[in-house]
Design a protein around this ligand. Structure first.
Ligand code: SF4
Length: 447
């Protein structure tokens, strides 16, 4: 990442690129009635996009009539300092929207307790994610975001998604962007979200231009971008984007991501934070390393899958004793670093799974939580277990296939199957399969 800029330094931004982008946004906005969804990760690219969109709405004034939703995803296991930053940004954007009377809505979406990291790992005993068993991204990022977008789509019939992708991010990204079929308005149908068209308004911006613009222009929702800049400088990495599909790079590595991420060898952003003085994150990093190590220990794993199938080398979920141990260590970690790392609903969900599977007292998780000053209640919502998902995920453990690719191919099959006899559908189906496979290969390269 190029971090050559300091606030106030001389501009390198191409003349008028911001004005040209705002003008293109205005044309697109006024073109139809479809609401917009701005995918906001809190990183530099989506911050720039949100800022340009807000400026465009301010310029339009009373002509700004159709809704713009700025939507961000919080996995509940974001690095705590990044989570605070993101929640603060969403709050400020919402306050700005209310004060300026614009049709602007900011929202942070989160996974339900039965989709979250701790519910899966401690509740069901799923070993922490790897490249080959990456259950986290679909459950914690894609599903919550899709749900919210589908709610908006259900209300309005269709949406336009604004993504902060840029060609100069990587050669793979440039290639993927090159191969898309665009409509007259420069939109391309989103292959995973029905009735959604995607736009990439800052596609041609360079990284230097993004930083220069942000550092020279305060956001309309107040404050400046200093905190964002400092986060990048500390982490020495890029953000984990709002992930909506397989075309986007995976998280982890040197991107801001979940502090629990075991998909990568080393969490460079966490290491960057620690190296720059955030000492309180050291125990979090050690806990992550332990999660990565214990997943490989046969003694920690059951010999049967959750489906009951016997495995050869104890490759089932974590044993009940180890799930309890991980929960206890997590609660101890909370005390050590003074942050809430698992919420009451998640504790309640874990209890509901344990009670179904092995905990005859029906209180083991609640009692443990109480010992550490937590007052969790049983999870009241109906426990919905998607049997197909569970079977699929267990099959994937023994087969070196990417979980999201398999989900994506299955979804394509469900969507296309009833209409395959329609003219052109078979070719479209084949193209979609090729896209999904290519994107998956790109995704793996990034992991
Ligand atoms: S950062 Fe890691 S743990 Fe979090 S969703 Fe991405 S791959 Fe999964």
């Amino acid at each position: 990442m190029d971090m050559r800029f300091e606030p106030g330094e001389s501009p390198l931004e191409r003349d008028g690129i911001a004005e040209k982008t705002i003008s293109a946004l205005r044309t697109l906005y006024l073109r139809d009635e479809r609401p917009w969804v701005v995918a906001f990760s809190g990183g530099k690219d989506s911050t720039l996009m949100a800022q340009l969109v807000c400026n465009m709405l301010l310029e339009l004034g009373s002509r700004a009539s159709k809704p713009v939703h700025i939507v961000s995803s919080d996995t509940r296991v974001e690095a705590p300092n990044v989570e605070e930053y993101l929640a603060g940004a969403i709050r400020r954007i919402q306050a700005f929207a209310e004060a300026s009377d614009l049709p602007l809505f900011a929202r942070l979406v989160q996974p339900e307790p039965d989709e979250g990291f701790w519910g899966q790992l401690i509740g069901k005993g799923y070993p922490s994610p790897t490249r080959w068993f990456r259950w986290c991204t679909s459950k914690m990022k894609i599903r919550p975001m899709r749900r919210h977008i589908e709610e908006i789509t259900a209300h309005h019939g269709s949406v336009i998604l604004l993504l902060g992708s840029r060609r100069s991010e990587s050669p793979e990204r440039a290639k993927r962007m090159q191969g898309r079929d665009l409509t007259d308005a420069g939109l391309n149908p989103h292959h995973e979200i029905p009735n959604a068209l995607a736009a990439t308004p800052i596609m041609e911006w360079t990284t230097d231009e993004v930083w220069e613009h942000l550092l020279a222009h305060a956001p309309p929702w107040g404050g400046d971008h200093r905190a964002l800049y400092d986060l990048y400088r500390q982490a020495e990495g890029g953000e984990c984007p709002v992930i909506l599909d397989l075309s986007q790079p995976s998280c982890g590595g040197n991107r801001f991501g979940c502090w629990t991420c075991t998909v990568v060898k080393l969490d460079k952003s966490m290491q960057g934070f620690i190296d720059s003085g955030e000492e309180w994150m050291r125990p979090l990093n050690a806990f992550r390393d332990r999660l990565k190590a214990v997943r490989e220990l046969p003694a920690w794993r059951m010999d049967r899958r959750r489906s009951g199938a016997l495995t050869e080398r104890r490759q089932g979920p974590f044993t009940p004793e180890k799930r309890k141990l991980i929960l206890e260590e997590l609660l101890q970690l909370e005390e050590k670093c003074g942050k809430t790392l698992i919420n009451d609903e998640e504790l309640g969900y874990i209890q509901s799974v344990w009670a179904r599977e092995f905990d005859l007292s029906g209180r083991a998780a609640l009692d443990l939580a109480q010992q550490y000053g937590r007052r969790a209640n049983r999870w009241e919502s109906a426990v919905t277990v998607n049997i197909q998902d569970e079977i699929l995920e267990e099959l994937l453990v023994d087969n070196p296939l990417d979980a999201e690719l398999v989900h994506s191919l299955l979804r394509l099959a469900y969507d296309y199957h009833p209409n395959l006899d329609d003219y052109g559908k078979k070719a479209e189906f084949e193209r979609s399969i090729c896209n999904a496979v290519e994107m998956s290969m790109g995704t793996e390269k990034d992991a």
